[in-house]
Design a protein around this ligand. Structure first.
Ligand code: GRF
Length: 211
């Protein structure tokens, strides 16, 4: 007998284009992602992702740059808003900031991030360019739980990509985004199905197979 799936309530944190947010919206609308997006929070007022959220009828919150002068205070505001919207999982999607204790404590092991490289290689904000410049033959995408350090939490899922001879960095980026737009909704769906388990006292994450 298949397990009943309860849609999980997401809060999505963005700073820019929001193509990963769009991929989640599309999957929810086509019925292959059992989630609702309760709130989109942007660290930038001009983020294109905000328009995507509005178009999909999702509530948004934009924080002025000045509020980030005190990052802990900013994260307390964000955590409070997310809780008021009954968010269960916080999904960072191109959010160019660290999350701090107010968010991590309010959502223990429930804050996710996506990184456009195979962690622990190429941490940081320029991972695709850095991997390309390094000349790697294989790179990929990582979805992981967030902690208070950049790109360092427990790895939930990774997908590798062969870098073909002659690709430009733009071609590499396009392939990376293609993977991201599949992998992130897939991981969130696995969470919704209760298949993702963080092993106690380790950083290992186990994903049960689909029944
Ligand atoms: C993605 O490549 C993600 O891995 C990185 O920032 C980018 C965000 O893209 N953290 P978008 O805003 O979702 O289009």
């Amino acid at each position: 007998m298949s397990k009943e799936i309860k849609p999980i309530k997401l809060g999505v944190l963005i700073s820019g284009n929001g193509t990963n947010l769009q991929a989640m919206i599309d999957r929810i609308q086509e019925g292959t992602l059992d989630a609702t997006i309760e709130l989109v929070v942007s660290s930038r007022p001009d983020a294109k992702g905000l328009r995507r959220a509005e178009k999909a009828g999702i509530q948004t919150l934009t924080l002025d740059k000045s509020i980030y002068a005190n990052p802990e205070q900013a994260d307390l505001v964000i955590a409070t808003e997310l809780k008021q919207h009954h968010v269960e999982y916080v999904v960072m999607a191109g959010y160019m900031r660290k999350v701090h204790d107010p968010i991590l404590a309010a959502f223990p092991n429930c804050v996710l991030n996506i990184h456009p490289a195979l962690l622990p290689s190429f941490k940081g904000a320029h991972a695709i360019q850095d991997a390309y410049d390094y000349g790697v033959k294989v790179t990929g995408v990582t979805v992981h739980f967030a902690n208070s350090d950049y790109d360092s939490g427990s790895i939930i899922a990774q997908r590798a990509l062969n870098v073909e001879e002659g690709w430009s960095v733009d071609e590499l980026e396009a392939h990376i985004h293609e993977i991201e737009h599949e992998l992130y909704p897939d991981v969130i769906e696995a969470l919704a199905q209760g298949r993702v388990h963080l092993e106690p006292s380790s950083r290992r994450v186990v994903i049960d197979p689909i029944q």
